[in-house]
Design a protein around this ligand. Structure first.
Ligand code: EPU
Length: 330
């Protein structure tokens, strides 16, 4: 274990942050002694995947374990699907590319999402008309409260838009592997704007390449400009709230939100509240995409969090809609 562990290179915002101790987990078996050590030291234990969905405070008085469990095992056919188990530490985009190279189509719409396999189910990652839940079979976890190993099937994970069971008890369950289901009779999913001109007989690689290009044109690359992707959920509101906005702004994007509710575009609300390209110290709102907060160089957690607070207050006062932050403040 490394004392006074530097986390700046381990969060895609590039925020300066340290932990009392840091280590790397390479097998699920590492977790039992690690938990024992955390208890002996009376320190909290948190696992960090790619650090792409966190806002790190400057000092974490606990143990940070980087998730490094590898593994790509084709289990075989299961009904009309092929199951593949991935270690939680695998890089998400790398397994999207790898699966397509194996002839397993199905993850192409989720290309180029930063982060690890183990983090993907926590917020049910989604993009371009597909969510993780659509390709999910099961996952294995280590319960840091009970010290036990548990398997969760799809229902047990309680997936919803950017939600899962695991968000209710942040950090309690460490995902160690995720088994995905690839449809044997794969069909391209080209409904999302930006993909709709792709020919219907396109292969998964063609779609993946387009998704990579669309993302690169809209979203800042965290390797160049620190960010954590979408900083807020798209708010799901009662239809009356959406109708009240539409009365003045018929152009406001709206999508079905389930149970008669409406999902609004947080990017649109933020832009119309005047924040696109706004700077607060070294924190800012991307001039290319209003849903992405950026570190323009040397930003601190305080600046990011204060800017986020200003945006929440601004959108609330302009549109009466409460935005909810997506990355976890750790
Ligand atoms: N828009 C604006 N201003 C902007 C950017 C977008 O008004 O600055 C409007 C666009 O006109 C468009 C709408 O917002 O009508 C939606 O934009 P976009 O297609 O970029 O999608 P999003 O709703 O902003 C969501 C996900 C992204 C995902 C894209 C594509 C959430 C919170 N975000 O963004 O996920 O890549 O759809 O499917 O659901 C992430 O979670 O980190 C992430 C990047």
């Amino acid at each position: 274990m490394t004392p006074d562990f530097d986390l700046q290179a381990h969060n895609t915002f590039g925020l300066p942050a340290r932990a009392r101790f840091g280590t790397t987990v390479t097998t699920a078996d590492d977790l039992v002694p690690l938990l024992a050590e955390a208890k002996a030291k009376n320190l909290p234990l948190r696992i960090l995947g790619g650090g792409s969905n966190v806002v790190l405070r400057p000092c974490f008085d606990g143990i940070i374990a980087l998730m490094g469990i590898a593994g790509r095992d084709i289990i075989g056919r299961h009904g009309d699907q092929t199951l593949v188990r991935f270690g939680a530490g695998e890089n998400w985009h790398a397994i999207v590319e790898w699966s397509i190279a194996q002839g397993l189509s199905g993850l192409e719409n989720l290309a180029a999402i930063p982060g690890t396999v183990g983090a993907a189910p926590i917020q049910n990652i989604g993009a371009y008309g597909l969510e993780l839940v659509d390709r999910f079979h099961a996952l294995e976890t280590f319960d840091t409260l009970e010290g036990t190993t548990l398997t969760f099937d799809r229902d047990a994970c309680q997936f919803a838009y950017r939600q899962s069971f695991f968000k209710r008890a942040p950090g309690r369950y460490v995902v160690t592997s995720v088994t995905l289901a690839f449809p044997n009779a794969w069909q391209p999913n080209l409904a999302y704007p930006g993909l709709s001109d792709i020919p219907a007989d396109a292969d998964a690689k063609t779609i993946m390449d387009r998704v990579v290009a669309v993302r690169a044109s809209k979203l800042p690359d965290w390797r160049v400009t620190g960010n954590a992707g979408s900083f807020f959920h798209n708010p799901i509101v009662e239809s009356a709230v959406a109708d009240a906005i539409a009365a003045y702004h018929p152009e406001a994007p709206r999508y079905p939100g389930g149970a008669g509710r409406v999902k609004l575009s947080a990017a649109w609300l933020i832009e119309r509240s005047g924040f696109k390209g706004f700077r607060y110290g070294a924190a800012g709102v991307s001039p290319n995409h209003a849903l992405v907060l950026i570190n323009t160089g040397g930003a601190t957690q305080a600046e990011i969090s204060e800017l986020a607070g200003q945006i929440v207050a601004g959108v609330k006062s302009r549109f009466g809609v409460e935005l909810v932050q997506e990355p976890e403040l750790l």
